[in-house]
Design a protein around this ligand. Structure first.
Ligand code: GLY
Length: 349
């Protein structure tokens, strides 16, 4: 098992290892002590892992309730949020109780938001069961639901009390969902870890515990410097502004990881056109995404992407900050007027 400590406004451990769900009760007890727990999960994960999690929690003396949403991004909305808040209230959860988010990014983001606002804030624990949630969304305290106008447009910063990642749960992931997480893994390497980028060329699955721990360590370092996303945390948005636009244009049928991969390629190609990075590095990035089973070609025009991207919350007044690769392992913020974004995207297509 590997442990990464996150020292944000609240300190907590990220535990990564095989069969950790079987010991969930023990670790929950160390992190939050005795309380009532509300497990939040989706129907797919419920069938696979709730029993194991509940057994472990029961044997550590926990009383649990369970709230199950339908699997998929379409559940990450205000209707699910309100339903979860009503469920917590109906079941008389108090300020000393705690939510356990058992699932991928949708479950984690929704649960974290509910925990952040229910009774003005209760504790929550992340038990990510997808690679994407393990390396990114479960760590760092960003929580959200989607609005009609775009992804993650409503949310709060609320740090978990513990993140417990049982790597065994990744064995049951569809290849496509695993690939989604690979996009975020490759993102960390492009941002600031060239040696990791070289290692990933040898495959991501073979040493998954180490890969997850390295990604989480990168994220922890960034979150500790800029928890509230005013400065260097924006580096984690590499490929995301265009990626979110792609998701929106597709009516959420293109997955987050696929969209981030395509978005990163567009940004890198624009960076090549501007003379900031080389064609060779772009080819290496495309080839690594492809080897992880991710798409790299964009089915939308610059105009379509521009119109979707301008609804993105990262826009600040008349300017927008993108994260630009100046080489693999060397990304920096790049601020440009919104009026120039369409032209910029066109360079990357
Ligand atoms: N997923 C990007 C962040 O946590 O800042």
């Amino acid at each position: 098992m590997k442990t990464v400590k996150v020292n944000a406004s609240k300190s907590y451990n990220v535990l990564i290892g095989d069969r950790l769900l079987e010991r969930l009760g023990e670790y929950v007890n160390e992190a939050v002590g005795k309380c009532r727990l509300c497990i939040v999960t989706d129907d797919k994960v419920d069938a696979l892992y709730s029993e194991c999690a509940e057994r472990s929690l029961r044997s550590s003396g926990y009383e649990t309730e369970k709230f199950v949403i339908k699997n998929g991004e379409a559940s990450k909305n205000t209707t699910s949020l309100i339903a979860l808040l009503e469920f917590l209230a109906e079941n008389r959860f108090t300020r000393s109780d705690c939510i356990v988010a058992l699932g991928g990014g949708v479950v984690g983001d929704l649960s974290g938001f509910a925990a952040g606002v229910y009774l003005r804030g209760i504790r929550f624990i992340q038990a990510p069961t997808t690679l994407l949630a393990a390396v990114d969304s479960s760590v760092g305290g960003k929580t959200a639901v989607d609005l009609e106008a775009g992804k993650n447009l409503a949310g709060v910063f609320h740090q978990p009390s513990l993140v417990l990642c049982d790597t065994r749960t990744l064995d049951t992931l569809d290849e496509r969902i695993f690939s989604d997480g690979c996009a975020e893994v490759i993102k960390y390497a492009i941002i600031n870890d060239k040696p990791m980028f070289e290692r990933l060329k040898g495959g991501i699955k073979s040493d998954i515990e180490r890969v997850i721990a390295e990604c989480v360590a990168h994220k922890a370092e960034i979150v500790e410097k800029d928890e509230f996303d005013r400065g260097c945390r924006q580096l984690l948005n590499l490929g995301h502004t265009v990626g979110h636009a792609i998701e929106l244009c597709s009516g959420l049928t293109v997955s987050h990881g696929s969209a981030v991969a395509i978005g990163t390629v567009i940004i890198t190609r624009a960076s090549v056109a501007l003379g900031y990075t080389s064609e060779d590095e772009l080819c290496q990035i495309i080839s690594l995404f492809k080897s992880a089973g991710l798409p790299t070609d964009c089915p939308y025009s610059a105009e379509e992407l521009f119109s979707a991207a301008t609804a993105d919350k990262k826009r600040e007044g008349d300017s927008i900050t993108l994260i630009l690769p100046y080489g693999i392992g060397n990304c920096k913020p790049y601020k440009l007027p919104v009026s120039e974004l369409c032209k910029f995207i066109r360079k990357g297509l």
